[in-house]
Design a protein around this ligand. Structure first.
Ligand code: G3H
Ligand code: 13P
Ligand code: ZN
Length: 322
């Protein structure tokens, strides 16, 4: 099947109590690792491209890689999504250039300015058969050029979501309930420590999610900043010459719970980076004489595939849902 929008995916996910994974893609190995896992598990999947990814790999290369993945996996629904679009022009360029979904992230603007920009993108996108994700509330962490310190984030205000959605006409809404971008989602002060000294983060604000669900029955909610920062990868990075002390993510069981509620799209990027970096570091340490990129990118691609397969089966619950 050709690239799809997220409309059908989200309807099925909402009613089925699971979520679709939205994984960031920056090169061929990442596209292959994600879609091989989704293809084998018969799972829908969203491949998302950030402004930074476009600057790194070039729009056309990324679209062609995704088209190749669609051709190789004809049975599964694949959507191509712009992650954190920050202007009308960027969204328009992706809509005109073959994306089936865009995010306009005006969450750092005032409520009224967020509505005005989102509405402008929605009008153009819908006229071209493309769906739009918007955001209310701010996450901690780094989103392209916007940096929000841990503790300075603001949760979504449930009393605003209904007006926002009805005035903008957006198709899904990213909300802030305590997730955060990057591999350092919480400061040590925000966490407790377990017996092994590993940081245990504060729980997500399910009360905020449930309030938003009540205001928007049946409407798909999106969670950004949802990497779990698996400690096996952090240990691997640190064991083979890296230095990532106190990297911490969102516990998988909390994401699983969110997926059974209104959360239909769960964004994962940092876990891909960790899986690749841990395995490449290990490979270099064990094979100091190797220099063919295919040698070290092969285990990195396999690690992405295994990690995505784990998420699909045990976190998202989207296996077999095509
Ligand atoms: O939320 C941000 C994503 O992880 C994309 O990151 O802007 O470095 O490509 P990036
Ligand atoms: P992570 O940094 O938790 O992987 O979040 C990715 C994301 O939200 C992309 O938009
Ligand atoms: Zn994000």
């Amino acid at each position: 099947m050709p690239l799809v929008t997220t409309t059908e995916m989200f309807k099925k996910a909402y009613n089925g109590g699971y979520a679709v994974g939205a994984f960031n893609v920056n090169n061929m190995e990442i596209v292959q690792g994600i879609t091989e896992a989704a293809g084998e598990l018969k799972s829908p999947v969203i491949l998302q491209v950030s402004k930074g990814a476009r600057a790194y790999a070039n729009h056309t290369y990324l679209v062609k890689l995704v088209e190749a993945a669609v051709a190789e996996n004809p049975d599964i629904p694949i959507a191509l999504h712009l992650d954190h679009g920050d202007s009308f022009e960027l969204c328009k360029s992706c809509i005109d250039g073959g994306f089936t979904s865009v995010m306009i992230d005006a969450s750092s603007k005032s409520f009224e300015d967020n509505i005005a920009l989102t509405k402008q993108v929605v009008e153009y996108a819908h006229a071209h058969g493309v769906v739009v994700e918007a955001e209310l509330g701010t996450l901690a962490g780094i989103e392209d050029e916007v940096v929000v310190e841990s503790g300075k984030e603001s949760y979504t205000r449930p009393e605003e979501v209904e007006e926002f959605v009805s005035r903008t006409g957006c198709d899904s809404l990213a909300i802030a309930i305590g997730t955060s971008h990057g591999a350092y989602k919480f400061t040590a002060e925000q966490c407790t420590r377990n017996e092994e000294g590993i940081l245990v983060p504060p729980p997500l604000r399910f009360d905020v999610l449930e309030e938003c669900m009540k205001k928007l029955p049946g409407f798909p909610i999106v969670l950004h900043g949802s990497s779990s920062v698996p400690q096996e990868f952090v240990k691997m990075v640190n064991q083979y010459g890296g230095n990532m002390p106190d990297a911490v993510g969102i516990p998988e069981e909390q994401l699983r719970k969110a997926a059974t509620l209104a959360v239909c799209k769960i964004n994962i990027d940092s876990d891909i980076r960790l899986a690749m970096t841990g395995n490449i570091r290990k490979y270099f340490a064990e094979h100091p004489d190797h220099f063919d990129p295919r040698q070290y990118l092969k285990p990195a691609r396999q690690a992405v595939k295994d990690m995505v397969a784990h998420k699909i089966k045990y976190v998202l619950g989207s296996d077999g849902k095509i």
